[in-house]
Design a protein. Structure first.
Length: 146
């Protein structure tokens, strides 16, 4: 009887450790995908969320890389904002459209991702290809563009 209890305890512990390892890996994967998507941006615009008024725009590779470095996305963790924290800014990332052989070339950039920044500056929603991932940042990212 004691042997069965120990087996059940060991199985439960293995399950818990496996789940924790998967969750940690999944968070890193989501953060890495977000970093990769943002690093491909050829233009970044930051606008007021409600009025869509332009706050800042970055078009040179150096400016974009500087913004990406300051975001420190590799330190973000999965986590959603509280109900009191309101959406304040939206950071839009643009790229040149993928050229198709028989398609008319367009010079307009396409929005490939955006980051909704909450008023605390410590929570964001990363949106790309119909997928929304809530993150808790490691600092107030509003300070980057103010």
């Amino acid at each position: 009887m004691k042997k069965k209890i120990w087996i059940v305890i060991v199985v439960i512990l293995i399950f818990i450790i496996g789940f924790m390892a998967y969750r940690t890996y999944s968070q890193k994967e989501n953060s890495n995908e977000a970093v990769e998507m943002v690093s491909k941006a050829e233009k970044i615009e930051i606008c007021e969320y409600t009025t869509n008024e332009l706050v800042a725009s970055y078009e040179s590779k150096e400016e974009i890389q500087n913004v990406i470095n300051q975001l420190e996305m590799e330190h973000w963790e999965i986590g959603g904002a509280s109900d009191e924290d309101t959406k304040q800014y939206i950071m839009r990332m643009y790229q040149e459209p993928t050229k198709q052989v028989l398609e008319n070339p367009s010079s307009e950039m396409e929005e490939v991702a955006n980051i909704v920044i909450y008023s605390s500056g410590e929570y964001v929603d990363f949106n790309t290809a119909g997928l929304e991932i809530p993150f808790k940042t490691n600092k107030n990212i509003i300070d980057i563009f103010k």
